[in-house]
Design a protein around this ligand. Structure first.
Ligand code: ADP
Ligand code: MG
Length: 372
């Protein structure tokens, strides 16, 4: 319901606030590092480009900022071709991991800089600086120099500076990459809450899937210059459309095999171990196709109370205590690294290395994807 509300909300604004239309990018005239990118970003949306290093995320952001030009295709901002809008009229704020503050300027001067460039009168500028600093809880730090601030405070000043001139769009490229884990997590929430309270459109880049799942309305998963899947965080995790996404987002158990039969929303997959299982034909849709079947750890249950259409015996290889749950590594149908998660409240006595257990799961959760 919440997602629907957000989507309706976006749609009432401009659903194509940013538009990448058939965009290719090559730096050397040979290799395409961005391939045929088609992406609409709605006004007010928080969208994340997520993918491994070298997959083309920063290049997309640089083209959107106007620092790089597409080799083919066009980028539109608010229905205008971006290259036709002069830089100072693009209204784009930016935060980068290594985009340091001006070291010789105070916090106040750093924030006032983008306003001075835009010729905002001083009293109005002071109010805007004040507001931006309060957004990141740094009132009272106006006179500090950047080197007198911690890494987290510097990054908050950078966020405030990107927002101080009320941009219509903010681009953030791995802005939290240099921070330690706790600070990174609290900044994720801080940026997310700022986005929710002011409703600015944010295009965020990260290689960290947890960060992407935490912050975004939608995520575009990049690999090798191509968007593999574009969807909401839950959709991405629950319904990955290919083996790359299944592997990249969250934990993933896999079985390799071949489709031997198919009817409606179920298929039979003969695994390399010889056993047949029932799966959900997502990519592999016809007899004889090779497939990698993907199943999330929490979708497999030990001795399930309800009837499930896959039930098999596995051998516990390793038991790892994780506080709120226990992870089991199980040898199941030829996969020696099958992971199961058991809540620690279940108090089962039979969870020990070397014990055999019954494992059940439903074919709908077991997705027959492209072979790895
Ligand atoms: P990501 O941000 O996902 O790590 P990038 O967009 O930085 O990926 O890089 C995509 C590919 O383009 C990589 O192979 C990278 O080496 C190459 N690349 C990036 N910037 C340049 C550049 N200025 N000149 C030449 N090649 C580049
Ligand atoms: Mg990058």
């Amino acid at each position: 319901y919440f997602h629907k509300c957000l989507i309706i909300n976006f749609m009432s604004k401009n659903p194509e606030f940013v538009k990448f239309d058939k965009v290719d990018k090559s730096y050397d005239g040979k290799v395409l590092v961005v391939k045929d990118l088609q992406l609409d970003i709605a006004e007010g949306e928080f969208i994340t480009m997520l993918g491994p290093s070298g997959s083309g995320k920063t290049t997309c952001l640089m083209m959107l900022a106007g620092f790089e030009t597409p080799t083919n295709g066009q980028i539109y901002l608010d229905n205008k071709v971006i290259s036709d809008i002069p830089p100072h009229k693009r209204g784009i704020g930016m935060v980068f991991q290594n985009y340091a503050l001006f070291p010789h300027m105070t916090v106040y001067e750093n924030l006032a800089f983008p306003l001075r460039v835009r010729k905002i009168p001083k009293d109005e500028a002071d109010k805007k600086v004040d507001k931006a600093l309060s957004m990141v809880s740094l009132q009272g730090f106006e006179a500090r120099m950047p080197m007198q601030l911690s890494g987290g405070q510097q990054q908050r000043v950078a966020v405030a500076r990107s927002l101080v001139f009320d941009p219509q769009l903010v681009l953030m490229d791995e802005p939290l990459g240099a921070l330690d884990k706790n600070l990174r997590e609290s900044m994720q929430y801080e940026i997310k809450h700022i986005h929710e309270s002011i409703g600015v459109t944010v295009v965020y880049v990260t290689h960290d899937q947890t960060e992407a799942l935490t912050m975004s309305n939608r995520i575009a998963v990049f690999n090798d210059g191509k968007v593999q899947q574009l969807s909401s965080p839950d959709e991405l995790y629950e319904r990955p459309v290919n083996s790359f996404v299944a592997e990249f987002i969250g934990e993933n158990n896999t079985f390799a095999g071949e489709v031997t039969d198919i009817s409606g929303d179920k298929c039979k997959v003969k695994l390399n171990s010889g056993t047949e299982i029932l799966a959900n034909p997502i990519v592999a849709k016809s007899k004889g196709e090779k497939t990698t079947v993907s199943l999330r750890p929490e979708r497999a249950l030990i001795d399930p109370e309800t009837k499930m259409d896959n039930n098999h015996k596995g051998m516990i290889e390793e038991v790892i205590y994780h506080g709120d749950h226990t992870r089991l590594r199980v040898d199941l149908l030829g996969n020696k690294d099958f992971i199961l998660k058991v809540p620690n409240s279940s108090n089962r006595m039979d969870i020990k290395e070397g014990r055999e257990i019954n494992i059940g799961w439903n074919s709908i959760d077991c997705r027959a994807l492209d072979p790895k």
